[in-house]
Ligand binder design. Structure first.
Ligand code: FES
Length: 366
């Protein structure tokens, strides 16, 4: 790998950790950024300009719930004016004709709308918010009516896996162009709730069958992205497309991270957009160079034929499960720590325990 890495493809702009939902598999860190520490509109405009200058192609506006920021349409318009593709990742709870029109007028390219389940009762229970599903269904209707391309996102786990066929039917009924059937990732909040979320192998196989049948039925009309659960894989996933290779994450308070969970790794300095440019951080910061490429890899990764396909898996998962972020991802069946995955599956309780909800302003510790 040359000393100057190619620019990232995408900027994940986490505008806020505030969110009306309380999903127990939330991808935000256990310690959430307070509203008072959030970047200003001027800060975000500067970050977007720096992203465009360094060759980023896409901006994903995310959170928390990015629509909680009233300056979202201004930031979308700014990104569009700089030639960036803009995607909104939203719960849809705050979306109404007025807020959608502001985003559509700003030039928004695409909306990714999350659903917690196919039935209102289960969806509201998983998201920890009464009436959420009704708002989301209305949001989907408005988005399609506006003509914006819509992707539905479903996070799959043991408490909703049996309804994957109904979720795929929802995508068709609502007029989505793409649907993500993505099994939960187990770090952060997902790890905290692992026993309540981890599916059985039988459930996984049933979701695979449902996706295969829907693919045959949908043809090219609706694309399906299917993410299998790490714990039933024999090889790790290339998390974020490789550390510091494709994505750049900016947290609500302006920390620049290779992934949304990187702050869980102890002993590292997390650079800020208040101190350096995105390009300088991407190219030279110790955080981004730490696990970029393959030089850092231990055995058995170092001599593995797949090391430039999975890029060593997930550093945050390695830390969470072995206490060492530099260890081989335990998901790999050749990893010295692989038994922790087998134990988690073997010790999965017959009855799922109660969720520990992700509540803003009430951070948990692992
Ligand atoms: Fe941090 Fe996978 S989430 S490397």
């Amino acid at each position: 790998m040359s000393n100057t890495p190619p620019p990232p493809m995408s900027l994940l702009a986490e505008l806020t950790h505030r969110c009306p939902l309380q999903c127990p598999y939330c991808s935000n860190p256990l310690q959430l950024d307070a509203r008072t520490t959030e970047l200003s509109t001027a800060d975000w405009r500067r970050v977007i300009e720096q992203a465009a200058e360094m060759g980023v192609l896409q901006v994903h506006f995310s959170g928390g719930e990015p629509m909680a920021r009233p300056d979202l349409p201004e930031l979308v318009a700014h990104a569009v004016s700089l030639g960036l593709y803009t995607n909104l990742i939203t719960s849809g709870i705050l979306l109404n004709p007025k807020t959608l029109k502001a985003l559509s007028d700003a030039g928004l390219d695409h909306v990714q709308l999350s659903f917690q389940d196919a039935t209102p009762e289960q969806a509201d229970y998983i998201g920890g918010m009464a009436g959420a599903q009704a708002k989301k269904l209305e949001a989907a209707r408005l988005i399609v009516e506006d003509g914006l391309p819509l992707t539905l996102n479903f996070v799959i786990h043991r408490q909703n896996a049996e309804r994957v066929p109904a979720m795929l039917q929802m995508a068709e009924t609502l007029g989505a162009r793409r649907v993500e059937i993505a099994h939960t990732q187990y770090y952060g909040w997902g790890l905290l709730n692992r026993d309540a979320l981890l599916p059985s192998r039988t459930q996984l196989e049933e979701t695979e069958r449902a996706v295969a049948q829907a693919r045959a039925r949908f043809g090219t009309r609706i694309a399906i992205d299917f993410v299998t659960p790490d714990y039933y894989a024999d090889q790790p996933k290339p998390c974020m497309g490789g550390w510091g290779q494709r994505f750049l994450n900016v947290s609500p308070s302006g920390k620049v991270l290779p992934c949304h969970a990187a702050e869980s790794i102890p002993g590292l300095h997390f650079p800020s957009v208040q101190e350096e440019t995105l390009a300088a951080i991407w190219q030279n910061s110790p955080l981004f160079t730490l696990y970029r490429g393959t030089d850092w890899m231990p055995e058995p990764c170092q001599s593995c034929a797949f090391k430039e396909q999975d890029w060593g898996g997930c550093r945050c998962q390695a830390l969470a499960l072995t206490g060492n972020a530099s260890a081989t991802d335990p998901v790999c069946e050749r990893a010295p720590g692989h038994s922790v995955i087998q134990q988690a599956i073997a010790n999965r309780p017959a009855v799922p325990p109660a969720f520990r909800y992700r509540r803003y302003g009430n951070a948990e510790t692992a």
